[in-house]
Write a protein that binds this ligand. Sequence first.
Ligand SMILES: Nc1nc2c(c(=O)[nH]1)N[C@H]1C(S)=C(S)[C@@H](COP(=O)(O)OP(=O)(O)OC[C@H]3O[C@@H](n4cnc5c(=O)[nH]c(N)nc54)[C@H](O)[C@@H]3O)O[C@H]1N2
Ligand SMILES: Nc1nc2c(c(=O)[nH]1)N[C@H]1C(S)=C(S)[C@@H](COP(=O)(O)OP(=O)(O)OC[C@H]3O[C@@H](n4cnc5c(=O)[nH]c(N)nc54)[C@H](O)[C@@H]3O)O[C@H]1N2
Ligand code: SF4
Ligand SMILES: [Mo]
Length: 709
Amino acid sequence: MNTKIKQGICGVCPGGCQVEVEIENGKISDVKPLKGARFSSLCLRGKHSKDVVYSNDRIKKPLIRSGEKGEGKFRESSWEEALDYIGKSIKDISKKYGPESVMSHTGRGVFEHSARDFLTGPTAGIFEPLGSPNMASVGSVCYNSFGVIAPMTTYGIMGARLTPDIENTNLLVVWGANPSTDSPQFTFKRVLKAKEKGTRIIAIDHYKSDIAKRADKYIPVRSGTDGALILSIIKIIIDEKLYDIDFVENYTYGFKELVDYVQEFTLDRVSKITGIEKEDIYSLAREIATANNAAIVTYTGLEYSNCGVQCIRALYILWALTGNLDVKGGLLISPKANPTIKEFKCEKPRVKPIGADKYPLFYELVGGAHFMEFPNAVLNGDPYKIKALLNIGSSILTSYPNPEKYEEALRELDFLCVVDRFMTKDALYADVVLPSTTHYEDESYVTYPGLILKRERIIEPIGEARNDLYILHEIAKRLGYGKLYPRDENELFEMAFAKAPNIIRALNENPNGFELPKPEIHYKKYQSGKLREDGKSGFDTPSGKLEIKSQLLKSYGYDGLPKYVEPIESPISTPDVHKEYPLVLNTGARIQNTFRSQHLNIPGLLKYQPNPEVMISLDEAKRRSIEDGDKVLVKTKYGEVVFYANVSSDMKNGGVEVNMGGGNPTQKKSWRLANTNKLINIDNRDPISGFPVYKALLCEVKKWKEAEK
Ligand SMILES: Nc1nc2c(c(=O)[nH]1)N[C@H]1C(S)=C(S)[C@@H](COP(=O)(O)OP(=O)(O)OC[C@H]3O[C@@H](n4cnc5c(=O)[nH]c(N)nc54)[C@H](O)[C@@H]3O)O[C@H]1N2
Ligand SMILES: Nc1nc2c(c(=O)[nH]1)N[C@H]1C(S)=C(S)[C@@H](COP(=O)(O)OP(=O)(O)OC[C@H]3O[C@@H](n4cnc5c(=O)[nH]c(N)nc54)[C@H](O)[C@@H]3O)O[C@H]1N2
Ligand code: SF4
Ligand SMILES: [Mo]
């Protein structure tokens, strides 16, 4: 037997974990974490990554639809034929209906580091040189609320520059995130180390997640009500003068209005809203304000309510008011990164993308189209018709709310191309499906904090799979602008590091990669002028201060203050609906063996959790005669889906947590039939980000037998 060991990067997701791969007769036989490496970690999916690579479900050749849309009948084709067909269709549609009628959408499948650099940088608009403004991504439902809109309207900086100083903090608050199940596990490892050193950890979540179980204190909150909790904490620190008075006087805008506004967030009222004991709210406020320093880890838990952006803004404001912004052990602001990628200039499309009218601030800060508006554009021509879609690395029909509507829209299109590793439900509606490689099958690079590494090819591509960027190059070439994307590995490095060729040299010559120069540490950069282009002290916002009251939000007609809005469907705002649907519905908390819709066809990973589950409390289950493992129906006003009961003391009464990701044809039957997004209302959104309310609706759970009657 011919066995080799190669050092590499795990190939299944963009996590970039450094691994050791055992190869027998040219095939991966085992994957282990790389001992001693700085970015080594292996999640369950990494452990089973060879099963993903060699799954029979992989798409192996380009496919052209031969049956009806949705039927699943395709014939294999050559790359040339498939690419020519795509090029011709896009050109024809663009000519007939205008370039704005062709659209691209990218998802979590193209977060591999080079793909991410090309698809979020100056070459993000795949059809932009053609004249289309319609590039969209899953950023329409993920990250941009917490990572762009909230920090930009508050601190005037992108959230990518904000990092919790986990190593130096006394108090770490994990608020609406769960690093222990998230890929990659780098943050989790840091949190565990901090805990070992004695850092106090508080977790705030709607259920007792893994990180909440490890925390020193767990605070259960009703989904979607964190905004009220944060404002009551701010009220306490103002009442007790526990805030940083000098900072408020010199560096904030709108503090007085905030003081007036928070008066309504009394302990009594907020305890009723959030379901948290008054004593717990009070001691949380005191702990955050009096800790020597406090850091925060947050992410998607706060994005999906009716006031997601404002809630995250409130949290950022709280962190600054308590003196925890850009200090040792607090929430650090890193210097602006310098992109190294080749610039690409083309005439800007004259028409605005879809969604720019409804979510103008999203358009200004994020750019591109808002994909929540896709069905409305395709089906109703609002604001105009979209006729063709290139969807790369996203499973639209399992990810977006009200999938029936998206399905109708995909059926209605004149042309759809899907690029994926596996047959998604979207792909069943495609005219052309193209196979994409895993990261074991091609060469590229990975970027970590402070380090760039070359990513070596470990095995030859499966079937005729190709790297996404080279596929894009071929499509762009047929539209007359192939130079937008690299043709091959040489061009990939040349273009990605066009502004720093020394990095290419270092990557080729040094197996330990390229260490980025360590920036000098400067705390409180708002004092020294390091946050603004003009070198003046303060923040890079319209007022030059931290905007508690955001002028940018105001100029777009939104509330300037971080106002709390009770979920528009909730026990408080819709008591009638609550009678019929007495449980607060939350969906999509991560589990380690899947990644959104992915890997629900891999037997080794399904073993960890064979069926899609709804987590329900012991009392709520008993009341409904539901036992652990029972098949149950979860019903909302918008739809009903079958899940399996996970009766657990980790869930509090009055709420449930439902897995997301089901609905794709290759998945195990129970998952395939469980598309959580059928339960979600497409029209219920955060008005600023346009994000759907995935995590604060009402539902009922019934035993399956009873439901059948
Ligand atoms: N109800 C509910 N809905 C949610 C959420 C929730 O919490 N609740 N979460 C939301 C969030 S945060 C997000 S990000 C979205 C997820 O949005 P999606 O981007 O749709 O995420 P995935 O389901 O992971 O789909 C990624 C697709 O890319 C493919 N893929 C993987 N690697 C590659 C690659 O290298 N190249 C290509 N071309 N394809 C690849 C996979 O096979 C898969 O089909 O879902 C959102 N939807
Ligand atoms: N294994 C794995 N890793 C992943 C993914 C995956 O699907 N699988 N998805 C990737 C993606 S797309 C993303 S965006 C990131 C997300 O990364 P995270 O945001 O850390 O994702 P979660 O682990 O779901 O953590 C969110 C937590 O917020 C809680 N929560 C929900 N609603 C509320 C609320 O109203 N208030 C509070 N306080 N908490 C709430 C949830 O119960 C959950 O514990 O993870 C990425 N990593
Ligand atoms: S997070 Fe898991 S699947 Fe992703 S790269 Fe790391 S080990 Fe692989
Ligand atoms: Mo996400």
